[in-house]
Design a protein around this ligand. Structure first.
Ligand code: GTP
Ligand code: SPV
Ligand code: MN
Length: 592
């Protein structure tokens, strides 16, 4: 138990509200975790998988109405509506607190209340933030134990942390969709979520704290909380490892890029990729150790991966499969009843003979066996390519920032911005086809600036300006900014670029650009590779098609810029003057 009086007061206040029959403080110990796992198997919340094939692994089936984040039920509750901007749902805080407290009242009756003190980021680092999640779901508790740092050191640091931590209250209730709310109270440093126990709605350290509230804190304190992977890359032509951050919207390839396994051609040359993070990055401007000005450093605040099942296999992402081969909770995947393992579409060519779908039902033709947003929750330490810098409390220095998304017909394979300000525009101009990570239609093109549309906890126009300010402090040491697109399709709807391990060819060009080792073709809208500079050795791709995705289409950009400007104006804002007027002028005045 923690003795900090602010902590005790809040825990007791919550206890009075939710009325549990017992309170259990989680400490992350093996013994306690094992007890929770046993309890959850008894209650049916988890199914133990075959210890020989998947040691320490469990299957969880969520309520079929509760399979993804629900953006329409996600609110930022603060005093002034204009503070949340057009990308968030706003609600007056006290009225919302009243409403959800009524829903939560007595909802832990005959249930246990789990109190989970956690650290996002390395315990005690200046990058890190503390939180306490209270939940009545043993599934949520076990996920939090994987995704965040929960240990004795966290308990110690809480004693001297006064009120400086985030309150995260989760109530399973009866999973009633109509009364589902995920509410953030930035001014109270609090998250309160009811009637969903799924992923980003319920593991409150993740999207709620580490993005929505953290982005708000970052704006106030001068740093950035981003929906970004962090990867380490070693190339034969540079002695030191380099680090790249990449922001892609949900379901657009962060985990896959972060765990990329180089193909034979690159491996033999000495290329290595290590993973620092796969979903969230916290970035700070700090003085460089050799006192050559300021640089951007990043940490991954999480301690595990909440990865997408579908599409993950031995070919596409062997590192993720290894990561999920022990001590993992699988959610909404199919169950191979013959050998007590799991399955999802594309995991293997053949569907296992004896299988139950994600709802626990028999095989049905033309229906998903695993849910499209089925996930694995695995500890970071399981990852065979985890970077040794994962545990560096000072983070890693960032050389390049990449933006990207799913665009079947627009934006080239890779494009380098002309400078930071232009790079911020590329982030603002991001659009992507929606995926199963959030409820709603899949494959609909929508604006998703910086991959943050569901996650920026304050006015997105202030966020754009915050990015511009960060660029000014970094000055000439600012990372180079790029845009990539692995998802261009041909007339048959097939992906043109083979993706996955082959994406290293693009990373290679990006690093060479950062190191001034390669020139580029300059277009009005950025720099693209000369075909001779992209390593296509042993790559099986039609040259004409490759050329088509390397080209930067002027006409489409003109249309896109107009559309982007209209979109922001329609929503009561505008492209910052700095972008409109910056020098050298990349866009004609009439275009922006
Ligand atoms: P969130 O966890 O929702 O934030 O997703 P993410 O951005 O980490 O995406 P992830 O890496 O899990 O990939 C999502 C889907 O895209 C999976 O089905 C992948 O198989 C697929 N995918 C990832 N990278 C590529 C790629 O390079 N090409 C193609 N065609 N598909 C990819
Ligand atoms: C995402 O949707 O971007 C995810 C999954 O990473 S969730 O944790 O549910 O937000
Ligand atoms: Mn994500």
């Amino acid at each position: 138990m923690i003795k900090n009086k602010y902590v005790l007061n809040w825990v007791s206040e919550v206890k009075n509200l939710v009325e549990p029959n017992s309170v259990i403080w989680l400490d992350g110990s093996k013994k306690q975790t094992e007890e929770l796992r046993k309890d959850s198997c008894k209650s049916g919340e988890l199914i133990k998988l075959n210890e020989n094939f998947l040691p320490g692994c469990y299957l969880h089936r969520s309520n079929p109405n509760d399979v993804a984040r629900v953006e329409s039920k996600t609110f930022i509750c603060c005093e002034k509506k204009e503070d949340v901007g057009f990308t968030n749902n706003w609600h007056e805080p006290n009225a919302m607190l009243d409403k959800i407290s009524k829903i939560a009242k007595g909802s832990y009756k005959n249930r246990k209340m789990y109190v989970i003190p956690f650290s996002m980021g390395h315990v005690g680092s200046k990058f890190s933030k503390l939180g306490i999640e209270i939940t009545d779901s043993v599934y949520v508790a076990l996920n939090m134990l994987i995704m965040t740092r929960v240990n004795n050191k966290v308990y110690e640091i809480f004693e001297s942390s006064d009120n400086n931590w985030t309150k995260c209250l989760h109530c399973s209730c009866n999973c009633d969709e109509d009364n589902r709310y995920v509410c953030h109270f930035p001014e109270k440093n609090m998250v309160f979520s009811v009637n969903s126990s799924y992923g980003g709605n319920a593991l409150l350290g993740k999207k709620c704290l580490a993005l929505r509230l953290a982005s708000y804190m970052g704006k106030k304190e001068g740093w950035l909380a981003e929906h970004m992977l962090i990867l380490e890359i070693k190339t034969p032509y540079i002695d030191k490892a380099k680090y790249i951050c990449a922001a892609f919207p949900s379901g657009c390839g962060k985990t896959n890029l972060a765990m990329l396994k180089p193909g034979k051609t690159f491996e033999e040359k000495g290329y290595k990729i290590k993973c620092v993070g796969d979903d969230i990055a916290w970035l700070r401007v700090v003085s460089n150790s050799d006192s050559s000005g300021k640089i951007l450093r990043a940490i991954n605040p999480e301690n595990g991966f909440f990865g997408v099942g579908i599409g993950t296999n031995e070919k596409t992402n062997p590192n993720a499969l290894k990561t999920a081969s022990r001590d993992t909770i699988f959610t909404n995947v199919a169950y191979n009843t013959e050998n007590g393992t799991v399955w999802w579409e594309d995991l293997s060519e053949k569907i296992p003979k004896k299988i139950l779908d994600w709802k626990g039902e028999e095989f049905k033709k033309n229906s998903w066996m695993a849910h499209p947003n089925s996930r694995f929750t695995s500890p970071a330490v399981n990852c065979p390519c985890l970077s040794s810098e994962f545990e560096n409390p000072d983070g890693v220095p960032i050389s390049a920032v990449i933006f990207g998304g799913r665009r079947a017909k627009f934006t080239p394979l890779v494009l380098q911005s002309k400078n930071w300000v232009h790079g911020v525009f590329l982030g603002m101009a991001m659009s992507s086809e929606t995926t199963a990570a959030a409820s709603g239609k899949v494959g609909v093109l929508r604006h998703d600036p910086f991959g943050m549309i569901p996650f920026c906890g304050y006015n997105i126009f202030d966020y754009f300006n915050h990015w511009l300010e960060i660029g000014k402090t970094l000055n000439e040491n600012a990372p180079k900014i790029f845009n990539v697109n692995w998802f261009r399709t041909d007339d048959n709807g097939d992906f043109i670029w083979p993706g996955f391990s082959e994406n290293l060819r693009v990373l290679d060009w990006i690093i060479k650009r950062c190191e001034n080792k390669v020139s580029a073709k300059e277009t009005t809208y950025g720099f693209v590779p000369k075909i001779s500079d992209l390593n296509v050795e042993n790559l099986n791709i039609d040259e004409k098609k490759l050329i088509s995705i390397l080209e930067d289409d002027k006409i489409l950009w003109e249309k896109e810029i107009k559309e982007t400007e209209n979109f922001y104006e329609k929503n009561g804002g505008k492209i910052p003057d700095e972008i409109k007027n910056y020098s050298p002028p990349l866009f004609k005045k009439s275009q922006l």
